[in-house]
Design a protein around this ligand. Structure first.
Ligand code: AMP
Length: 219
């Protein structure tokens, strides 16, 4: 399956993408994780992306699209992938269409995770990520690790993202409304959109997501 995951910051995209990708046996491709990996390796791409990310702004398309394309063309993504955080504006959505057309492939669905804005802020403030693997995501209240600041999955150290500050979150929400939300209509027009509520326990949202994607497949 080839799926795009959209939703505001704090909707739980990373958490759901991790579980869904495992369940569907497809690679989880997160542009945010790719940027963070470049930042921790000190690459020129990472250096360029960091200032935008810390401010809560979108990294320019010239940088983002090439990076996402390179990852999508890796052999493990040949039979499917789950895109998390890409595309994030109409230009990227159109670039993705071109990449798919070049490969002679199509998307199976676009899963939109809906969550009220006050919930988003609560989720982001308590979010903790694993230094070893950004898809190991915890929350101090909603999904606490068994041992404080230690990842249940691999024992890595948990940390708070540098763009999870109140100011950066405010900018990220503005960027989401003005730039990312328009892609929801774009995919609805193509008959690809599946919207589910992202409220509830992680497992409940995953079940809802799988049910909705399966229904879409048979529709
Ligand atoms: P995420 O981990 O998906 O929340 O992304 C973290 C940050 O990385 C975003 O706030 C942006 O600064 C940057 N980023 C991730 N994906 C994209 C994208 N598709 N386009 C532009 N910037 C992105």
């Amino acid at each position: 399956m080839r799926i795009v995951l959209v939703g505001p910051p704090g909707a739980g995209k990373g958490t759901q993408a991790h579980v869904l990708a495992k369940t569907l046996s497809i690679p989880h491709i997160s542009t945010g994780d790719l940027f963070r990996a470049n930042i921790s390796q000190g690459t020129p791409l990472g250096l360029e992306a960091k200032a935008y990310m810390d401010a809560g702004r979108l990294v320019p398309d010239e940088v983002t699209i090439g990076m996402a394309k390179d990852r999508m063309l890796q052999p493990d993504a040949e039979n499917g992938f789950l895109l998390d955080g890409f595309p994030r504006n109409l230009g990227q959505a159109k670039a993705l269409d071109e990449i798919l057309a070049e490969q002679g492939i199509v998307l199976d669905g676009v899963l939109d995770l809906e969550v009220p804005e006050d919930e988003v802020v609560k989720r982001i403030a308590g979010r903790r990520l694993c230094r070893n693997d950004g898809s190991h995501v915890f929350h101090v209240v909603y999904n606490p690790p068994k041992v404080d600041d230690v990842c249940d999955e691999c024992g890595g150290e948990l940390y708070q993202r540098s763009d999870d500050t109140e100011e950066a979150v405010r900018v990220r929400l503005e960027e989401y409304h003005s730039k990312t939300e328009p892609i929801i209509g774009y995919y609805a027009d193509q008959g690809l959109l599946v919207t589910i509520s992202a409220l509830g326990k992680v497992g409940e949202v995953t079940e809802r997501a799988i049910g909705a994607l399966e229904q879409k497949k048979t529709a």
